[in-house]
Design a protein around this ligand. Structure first.
Ligand code: GSH
Length: 240
């Protein structure tokens, strides 16, 4: 196992979002990582002071003082120290990377439709979350819900089917490839206007994988310490 030179610090908002996979990796692998949750004001100060390499969070602070941005890079780094990302098997590492990249593809349409102004689509009239009555946004999200997401999810479901274990990359225990999907899949099915909350029911292997990660003792203990518990029925984190 890789050893860190001292404690890590993860900075993100007090939501699951793009940081929860890394939080899970740290708790599963007992990595010494401070889980700092930023309020809006602190975030804005950090952004304005140029402390965020790309102006966004999550951000990982290393013992050396160096700061790393981008959730996938952070997840791999923490995953290496958690024993959830291979250090020697480069083919397996590449397979895991491909699933991390697939997570980005899976959520591209969802993200652009929520925040069209980040990508220039406001110029074409897309309002995203700024106006829940935006017909253009609703049209796109209907297409995502009925066509695009089912297509992409079915590829991941096939990968689950091909796995000889219950984990998506065929690893003996969970890897960061599972973790990157877990919080995002439950978020997709729960807090997304226009997305069918039962969208994952057609992909039982993916749902099982999420439930299996959420049942790991370290994961259960982490949520318990936050006054929360995983509900397979709600397919969501609920108050304990
Ligand atoms: N590709 C980046 C995306 C990060 C991102 O979208 N960060 C959002 C929060 S989830 C953020 O910092 N938003 C505030 C801003 O851009 O000012 C990653 O995966 O880390």
């Amino acid at each position: 196992l890789l050893q860190t030179e001292g404690p890590l610090e993860l900075l993100y908002f007090d939501i699951q979002g793009k940081a929860e996979a890394t939080r899970l990796a740290a708790v599963i692998g007992s990595v010494d990582m401070k889980d700092t949750r930023l309020d809006g004001e602190t975030f804005t100060q950090m952004k304005e002071s140029g402390k965020l390499p790309f102006g966004q969070v999550p951000l990982l602070r290393l013992p050396s003082g160096e700061s790393i941005a981008q959730s996938a890079a952070i997840l791999r780094f923490v995953g290496k120290h958690a024993g959830l990302y291979p250090l020697q098997d480069h083919a397996l590492a590449a397979k895991i990377d491909s699933i991390i990249d697939m997570e980005a593809d899976l959520f591209t349409g969802v993200t652009v439709s929520r925040y069209p102004w980040r990508y220039g689509f406001d110029a074409a009239g897309f309002q995203g979350t700024r106006d829940s009555t935006c017909a253009l946004t609703a049209k796109v999200r209907e297409q995502l819900n009925t066509v695009i997401l089912p297509q992409l999810l079915s590829k991941l479901e096939s990968m689950m089917k091909q796995s000889s274990t219950k984990w998506i990359a065929g690893t003996e225990g969970p890897s960061v490839a599972d973790l990157v999907l877990v919080p995002r899949l439950w978020w997709l099915a729960n807090e997304n206007p226009g997305i069918d909350p039962t969208i994952l029911d057609a992909f039982p292997r993916l749902k099982n994988m999420v439930n299996d990660v959420m049942a790991l003792p370290a994961v259960v203990a982490y949520y318990k310490s936050r006054g929360e518990v995983w509900s397979p029925e709600a397919f969501n984190i609920v108050k304990a």
